[in-house]
Ligand binder design. Sequence first.
Ligand code: HEC
Ligand code: HEC
Ligand code: HEC
Ligand code: HEC
Ligand code: HEC
Ligand code: HEC
Ligand code: HEC
Length: 331
Amino acid sequence: MRPSSHSFLAALALAALVWSPVAAVAADTRGAAPTDPALVEKIRASNAECFSCHTPQALKTPPRPGMDLAALAKYLHDPAQFDGSNHAGMECKVCHGQGYVAFPHAAEAKKSISECGECHATKALRVETQFKDSIHAKNLEGRFTCQTCHDPHVYRVASKVGDPRRIVAQDNAMCVDCHNSDLRYGAFSAALPTKKTRPDLDALHGWLPNTRLHWSAVRCIECHTPVSPVKSLGMSHEIQSKDKAVKNCVTCHAQDSALATRLYRYASANVGSDLGFSNAQVLGSAYVVGATRNPLIDRAVIGLFGLTVLGLLGHGAVRVVMALIRRRRAS
Ligand code: HEC
Ligand code: HEC
Ligand code: HEC
Ligand code: HEC
Ligand code: HEC
Ligand code: HEC
Ligand code: HEC
């Protein structure tokens, strides 16, 4: 084999690894959510240990005396929220290590918290390459990590949320929690070479009519990331600079919009596609203006078109007649 075909094959193998959802599934099943009742009970009991201290209730009635309650107050969690997350069904100590099992916690415990990539190797490899090209990773290197956006105790992947409104609320909260907070934005932008004050989101997007309605109906990433070449892979993690952002209304307000293959593909997967194609949800529920076909509007549009043509014909006829009259006068 020639060297070039070697490297070609290697590239192909790498591409398959990075892009193959099958490979991602195979590598991401370390301890998939358990179904065995005995195991589920064991996990619940184990996590209840942690929750006996790490909840607002425990702060009010501490299970033991002498705890640093001011410190604990910064580390409270909601069991119900955890149970709705991707990582429900996992023991806290799987990620946190044995160092937190006893209290007081081991001094070194913090060092052994697992990184996302330890369990999601293939997915993390793909996501990481996109994330490294993002404006955040490039300009705020070192400060911005996966956890900056994903709280592993809360976050639920869009494909499991289903309802587009709730997906939008969850995913936009990741961005807005920082972009609408002087305190948090300031802590991150302090890493920039030149000082930058937080731009106001509403003012920035003033060109978008009904800005607030858009905030609740579309995700920031819909306009700020490139569309993935492979549909099934979902969103890209490459948040691009503002000059590359989508400003064209037709990207979404059209029948075959990019939204259908991004945000709404989850909905169509869950709702079941009566219409037989991916934007069933969009078309079925009249969700996005312009993505729907309303017979009345269609007729109105055809009517308007007809009137326009008539107008043009009339205008042309008048001009021809006028020209004839002028020519006759001149001769
Ligand atoms: C008896 C009460 C108690 C139990 C049980 C408990 N914790 Fe804690 N935890 C605390 C308190 C109090 C703090 C505040 C800081 C400190 O004293 O270490 C804390 C802090 C933490 C921190 C933050 C520490 C840091 O350095 O950032 C983590 C993470 C943590 N606990 C995880 C766990 C996990 C996981 C479990 C279950 C395996 C658990 N805790 C069980 C009381 C408890
Ligand atoms: C999938 C992995 C994972 C699981 C499961 C997990 N954690 Fe965490 N936890 C983390 C990571 C990562 C951090 C963030 C550390 C950081 O940002 O410095 C963290 C931080 C914490 C902190 C300190 C910071 C904070 O905001 O409170 C506490 C307390 C904590 N976890 C408690 C728990 C408890 C209780 C459970 C089980 C109900 C749990 N964790 C399950 C990964 C996990
Ligand atoms: C110790 C292993 C472990 C760590 C560390 C971990 N996860 Fe997970 N993750 C899991 C398991 C197990 C599941 C559950 C799979 C299931 O429900 O079938 C999961 C599920 C997920 C899912 C849903 C997958 C899907 O396609 O439905 C996402 C997204 C996810 N994790 C993101 C993260 C992120 C982001 C981090 C880092 C902040 C992280 N995980 C850290 C083990 C881990
Ligand atoms: C700037 C915020 C941000 C950062 C940083 C970030 N993510 Fe995400 N991530 C998102 C958003 C928004 C989604 C879309 C929600 C969805 O599809 O569930 C997402 C989706 C995901 C998903 C599920 C969808 C998929 O593509 O499989 C995984 C897994 C994931 N992120 C992992 C990571 C890892 C690993 C890192 C760190 C290398 C990371 N993310 C960093 C915002 C972020
Ligand atoms: C923890 C804070 C934080 C989070 C979370 C965050 N950002 Fe940012 N973002 C920043 C900071 C700080 C900058 C400024 C970087 C710069 O100017 O170089 C920035 C820059 C940007 C820019 C580039 C602006 C330009 O000048 O070109 C865009 C677009 C952007 N963010 C969108 C998002 C989106 C979309 C999300 C959610 C998926 C998000 N951000 C999440 C802090 C954050
Ligand atoms: C409909 C598409 C669209 C949506 C949705 C959208 N943006 Fe933008 N955004 C843009 C465009 C286009 C620009 C560039 C505006 C300009 O330069 O005039 C921009 C600019 C920005 C900037 C540039 C800041 C600077 O430094 O000038 C940030 C940050 C940003 N958006 C964040 C967000 C966040 C966070 C969300 C979600 C709440 C969001 N965007 C939703 C299209 C969008
Ligand atoms: C990223 C996708 C996207 C882009 C780009 C976008 N829109 Fe929207 N727009 C939506 C969605 C989704 C809705 C919500 C429809 C609903 O909830 O009824 C919406 C709603 C609207 C509404 C309100 C309709 C109503 O029912 O009240 C108007 C007006 C609108 N958009 C105009 C525009 C214009 C003008 C532009 C370009 C400057 C634009 N949009 C760009 C997705 C988008």
